[in-house]
Design a protein around this ligand. Structure first.
Ligand code: CUA
Length: 406
């Protein structure tokens, strides 16, 4: 028996050391829950309910794990073979009615604890509260971007959905092609956009903010590049945004004197964003993403733009038949295959939120769309289909034009 206790202690120590090492490894690998798409940092009632449900399920299962694991570990250690034991098995018994009934009752109780909030939660997320006053947004999924329509306001936009904070947003989900999934992790769980079927969901944001979001259902080559953003604004700011969206595209006054090209000094409003390395997402702006969005809404200061270059870009946009697929309201382009670009210059992202909307990134996107978002229709049907050739100078002009569309 003396040998038994001395051999048990090192085993325990080894197990404990192994456990601590595993925890340390998890800690060291940057395990964290606070990313921009964390479902645990909730910022609206729907996400809050869903995360609450997740924690109830988590704690119930942790309880089961510890109880069952504890009993198992206790039995293994207490009844294991010891040196000097003979080989005859211990006395066998069959069943224990009280223990078995107890286990059935306990399991049922645990299931009920999970089931009641689950059923209540399903009802909560399916029924938009205050339906008559809710803001309706029609979301349509395309390979690979999202269109947002506001029927009561007459607004159409793409890839950045702006919502007010004071009322629920009732979202109608449709798709033009394959199944997509609408997911704004901090505001609400996923819901699919299914061909030939209308789906709906609702969400609301507690306060003004900027949220990362993305398609959460595999939908082809660039599924991983089908992202979007949600911006929530207080009612006054939302009303102001709606007014700006209703206006036709901004027109820059014709130049008084011709200028040569795009000079960084001519465009101070892009300097902040351009300081970022190409292709990285948000967060590294000098200001917060939300403040950056607000900055993008402002019209450029007088004289900060190259009007000749913008005029050249506008001309190219029409010559290269960009308007066959894109709408720029008030500028003679009425296409509806690709995203509406009427207020493109006021968006923080481009190409379905794959890139931040900087001059450098927009240049990269226009010169090689297939390199940014493989398989996209602008490339396949536009650039290849219509044999659209753009020089770097053409792209500079298009960048200036598109960024002038506030
Ligand atoms: Cu759309 Cu994945």
């Amino acid at each position: 028996m003396g040998r038994s206790s001395s051999s048990r202690t090192p085993t325990f120590r080894r197990l404990a050391a192994l456990g601590l090492a595993a925890l340390a490894l998890i800690g060291c690998t940057g395990f964290q829950m606070s990313g921009p798409q964390s479902t645990l940092l909730t910022e609206g009632p729907v996400a809050r309910m869903q995360t609450g449900l997740f924690y109830i399920t988590l704690w119930v299962t942790v309880f089961i794990f510890i109880t069952v694991g504890g009993v198992l570990a206790y039995a293994q250690l207490k009844f294991r073979a010891k040196p000097g034991d003979d080989d005859t098995p211990p006395e066998q018994s069959h069943g224990h009615p009280l223990v078995e009934m107890g286990l059935i009752v306990a399991s049922t109780l645990l299931l009920v604890i999970i089931a009641i909030p689950t059923v209540k939660g399903i009802a909560f997320q399916e029924d938009t509260p205050d339906r008559e006053n809710a803001l309706v947004v029609k979301v349509t999924g395309y390979q690979w971007w999202f269109k947002f329509e506001y029927p009561e306001l007459g607004i159409v936009t793409a890839n950045e959905m702006v919502i007010p904070t004071d009322r629920p947003v009732h979202i109608e989900l449709r798709t033009i092609d394959v199944i997509h999934s609408f997911w704004v992790p901090r505001l609400a769980g996923k819901k699919d956009l299914i061909p030939n079927r209308a789906n709906h969901m609702w969400l609301q944001a507690d306060q003004p903010g900027y949220y990362w979001a993305q398609c959460a259902e595999y939908c082809g080559e660039s599924h991983a590049n089908m992202k979007f953003r949600v911006v929530s604004l207080d009612p006054t700011d939302f009303a102001a945004w709606s007014q700006r969206q209703l206006a036709d595209a901004r027109t820059v006054a014709a130049p008084v004197a011709a200028t040569t090209g795009l000079d960084a000094a001519d465009m101070p409003r892009f300097q902040l964003a351009s300081a970022k390395p190409a292709g990285t997402e948000g967060a590294s702006y000098a200001e917060s993403p939300f403040a950056h969005w607000q900055m993008m809404q402002a019209e450029p200061t007088a004289g900060s733009e190259d009007a000749a270059l913008i005029a050249r870009g506008h001309q190219l946009f029409q010559q290269k038949s960009c308007g066959a697929c894109h709408t720029v309201r008030g500028h003679g382009s009425m296409g509806n295959i690709g995203p509406d670009l009427t207020h493109f210059g006021a968006r923080t992202t481009l190409a379905a939120a794959v890139l931040d909307n900087t001059s450098e990134n927009l240049h990269r996107w226009l010169i090689d769309p297939n390199g940014v978002k493989p398989g996209n229709i602008m490339w396949k049907q536009g650039y290849v289909g219509y044999n659209i050739q753009l020089t770097s100078a053409d792209v500079d002009a298009l960048v200036a034009y598109l960024h002038s569309l506030k």
